[in-house]
Design a protein around this ligand. Structure first.
Ligand code: IDP
Length: 148
C-alpha cells in the first residue's frame, strides 16, 4: 500500500493544528503509520529541501522549518500521495481552495502550515530520511469498511 510523508510545520504546531490535521487524514480513511514531534537542525532541514536549494526563498524556508518543533508523520492508503496533496491544498494559500488545510488555515506561502510529499518516489526518500528506524506495521480493523 502507498505511503506518504506529512509534516506539520512549526506554525501548525504552535497554532494548535496538530489534532485538526491528524483528524482530517484519519476521517478520510488513511492509516497513521508513523508519528513523532521533533525539532530539526539546519543541515537536516537543508537535506529535506535540497531540491529547492537554488531558490531565493531557500534560506528563509530553512529558518522557518527549524523555528520550532514539527510533527512528522507517515500516512498509508490507496493514492495517499496525490490525495494527501489535495487535502493539503495549493502551495500558495491565496490559491488553496477552501476546505483544504492551507485554504482553511494559512495566509502566506512562507507560513503554509504543512508539507506533503509530491510523488511516490519522493515519499519513499522522505520517509527514509525522517523515519530511519522504520514505521509501525499494523492494519486498522476498519480496513474492510474503507476498502472494497
Ligand atoms: P509544496 O510544499 O507545496 O510541495 P514547494 O514548491 O516544494 O511546495 O515548496 C516548499 C515550501 O517552500 C512551500 O511549502 C513553502 O513553505 C515554501 N515556498 C515555496 N515557494 C515559496 C515562495 O515563493 N516564497 C516563500 N516560500 C516559498
Amino acid at each position: 500500500m502507498e505511503q506518504t510523508f506529512i509534516m506539520i510545520k512549526p506554525d501548525g504546531v504552535q497554532r494548535g493544528l496538530v489534532g485538526e490535521i491528524i483528524s482530517r487524514f484519519e476521517k478520510k480513511g488513511f492509516s497513521l503509520k508513523g508519528l513523532k514531534l521533533m525539532s530539526v537542525e539546519r543541515p537536516f532541514a537543508e537535506k529535506h529541501y535540497e531540491e529547492l536549494s537554488s531558490k531565493p526563498f531557500f534560506e528563509g524556508l530553512v529558518d522557518y522549518i527549524i523555528s520550532g518543533p514539527v510533527a512528522a508523520m507517515v500516512w498509508e492508503g490507496k493514492n495517499v500521495v496525490a490525495t494527501g496533496r489535495k487535502i493539503i491544498g495549493a502551495t500558495k494559500p491565496s490559491e488553496s481552495d477552501p476546505g483544504t488545510i492551507r485554504g482553511d488555515f494559512a495566509v502566506e506561502v512562507g507560513r503554509n502550515v504543512i508539507h506533503g510529499s509530491d510523488s511516490v518516489e519522493n515519499a519513499k526518500k522522505e520517509i527514509a530520511l525522517w523515519f530511519p528506524d522504520g514505521t509501525v506495521n499494523w492494519q486498522s480493523s476498519l480496513h474492510s469498511w474503507i476498502y472494497e
